[in-house]
Design a protein around this ligand. Structure first.
Ligand SMILES: [Cu+2]
Length: 273
């Protein structure tokens, strides 16, 4: 009986398939679980509009940078990840899930082309060792999609444009939930991390903490954002903001001196009402 029901379901599904394919209603949602120090994620996902949802189940802050290297070998990718020089231009960075602390989650949506990608966390541990060196890297194969109909892009209520070295908001961020479209105007790779400043703290406190070698708990807590996208590309994320002060920050190493962009002025305080 069960089998019969099942085959009826299959028959119905096939009948549905014989009609023109309905457009996907939204992005394919892929869950990434981050722990200290590993990622759990699918091995293979279809190309197209994809939302990565990262759940941080570790004790340390984590991110899920999504990094692709079309046509490159694993050895070349490993060499690039461990070298001190500029980020090679053959590495691509569709939107990855930004940094959050343990038990929190972040998300990132972008259009993925087929290829071999890696999910990586570059956040340093207490000894300053990036989590990737502790094994926090996982291969992700993006396979050609079976459907050619593209899911519609997320409806954003705010657009943030990234450039060297600034964030430009189309409209001030308000308290509540927002879907933010992030456009990278280049010329370099950028990201947008959102950090919530502790009550009574300002960017000046954060600057002092930075200058002091980032010792102990900083005055700002990472609550999401996205890594990437590449220049000329767009990504999206959804975030809920309580009233208060926040920092927008980009930690991408600069092409010229490899210093994080925050040291080139790519950090901004905003007030959310
Ligand atoms: Cu930047």
């Amino acid at each position: 009986m069960k089998m019969r029901l099942l085959s009826c379901t299959v028959a119905l599904a096939l009948a549905a398939c014989s009609r023109p394919a309905a457009s996907p209603t939204g992005p394919n949602v892929v869950t990434i679980i981050a722990t200290d120090y590993a990622f759990t994620a699918p091995d293979t996902i279809p190309a197209g509009l994809t939302t990565f949802k990262m759940l941080n189940q570790g004790r340390e802050p984590h991110q899920a940078v999504v990094m692709g290297a079309p046509g490159k070998s694993l050895a070349e990718i490993r060499a690039a990840m461990t070298s001190q020089g500029p980020i090679p231009d053959w590495l691509i960075f569709p939107a990855g899930a930004g940094v959050v602390t343990g038990t929190d989650s972040s998300n990132a949506t972008s259009r993925l082309e087929p290829g071999v990608y890696y999910v990586v966390c570059f956040i340093p541990d207490s000894a300053g060792v990036p989590h990737v060196m502790r094994g926090m890297v996982r291969q992700l194969v993006v396979a050609p999609a079976r459907t050619t109909t593209a899911a519609p892009e997320p409806q954003a209520d705010v657009v943030v444009t990234l450039s060297d070295y600034a964030f430009a908001l189309s409209t001030p961020l308000t308290a509540g939930t927002h879907t933010i479209r992030v456009e990278n105007a280049g010329p370099q790779l950028h990201e947008i991390g959102i950090e919530q400043l502790a009550p009574g703290k300002s960017i000046a406190d954060w600057q002092r903490w930075l200058a002091g070698g980032m010792k102990g708990m900083g005055p700002a807590k990472p609550i999401g954002g996205i890594t990437g996208p590449d220049k000329g590309k767009a990504g999206w994320f959804t975030i809920t903001l309580a009233p208060g002060k926040y920092l927008l920050a980009c930690y991408v190493p600069d092409q010229k001196d490899q210093k994080p962009h925050i040291l080139h002025g790519m950090v901004q305080e905003i007030t959310v009402n």
